[in-house]
Design a protein around this ligand. Sequence first.
Ligand code: 3Y8
Ligand code: NAP
Length: 248
Amino acid sequence: MIRALILGGTADASLLAAEIARARIDAVYSYGGRTRAPADQPLPTRIGGFGGVSGLAGYIRSEGITHVIDATHPFAAEMSRHAVEACAKTGTPLIALERATWTKAPGDNWIEVADVTAALAALPETPAKIFLAIGRQHIAPFATKPQHAYTLRFVDPPEAPLPFAADVIVSRGPFTLDGELEMMRTRGIAWIVARNSGGDGARAKIDAARKLGLPVIMIARPELPDRQRVESVAEIMQWLGHRTCLGA
Ligand code: 3Y8
Ligand code: NAP
């Protein structure tokens, strides 16, 4: 009898949860507790960390989890590492739902960098209007270049004072091309800093940058541990032994 744990927190994980609920598979959806009001799911939902690898292994055992699906964001590397270790420890089948990276299209002006530090170094010295589309957790280093006018985008309003003067947009996405074009034009954005999240929920800013001919400093994904990975919900459902109306 299947009892699946979905490590969620992304648009793709929500699509998977809907399919799993439709197939009436026994499952639990898990959020890390990063946002104040995460989207509701059609499955029993838990919110917050497990307490490291041992906490996750303990949860798998106590909850009788038979399958783990890592549908977390490609930058949630620590959660992915813990899932690999806890599933190895408990002998639990694990699969990752991991969307493809965004790839450069003709007309894109990308400066591809390895991490936030390299993204900071890639910024111009002369003052510019910069859209930092990398969330809240990793903005502190940009305080070392206060000459720029920063626009940030968070899911929730900032609780603490920001490490530097900035304009904050509070929005959880998914975002539209028109909305991104409007925002970038009215704010006179000259540079975008983004992470290569992949997926459709946040790619509109990349398409808008291309249309406006703006440079994008694109932060590459962190190394993720080896594990079975697929890019579609249908492949996850097949892995669970269910044919879906999605075909394949
Ligand atoms: C809590 C669940 C949906 C879900 C929306 C997707 C799209 C927008 C891409 C920009 C980039 C960013 C950020 C982003 C993306 C979708 C999707 C995706 C980027 C929610 C969600 C949770 C989070 C956590 C949050 C992080 C932050 C990152 C904002 C829910 C809305 C910038 C990542 O304030 C904080 O501490 C926020 C933290 C991790 C990165 C950061 O370091 O700040 N996501 N995002 C999940 C949990 O608690 O387990 O609240 O409902 C999910 C989504 N985030 O239904 O469409 O395809 O998934 N989220 C990045 O890519 O750089 C936004 O603004 O253009
Ligand atoms: P992370 O750095 O990889 O993980 C840090 C710790 O947060 C984990 O060790 C775990 O705590 C807890 N955690 C993370 N995801 C969890 C989940 N789905 N369920 C239960 N605990 C979770 O994680 P992150 O990058 O902060 O991302 C947190 C959440 O936001 C994830 O659900 C992710 O899918 C979503 N998200 C992240 C990004 C991003 O840019 N990172 C973008 C969009 C959505 P314990 O060690 O205590 O178990």
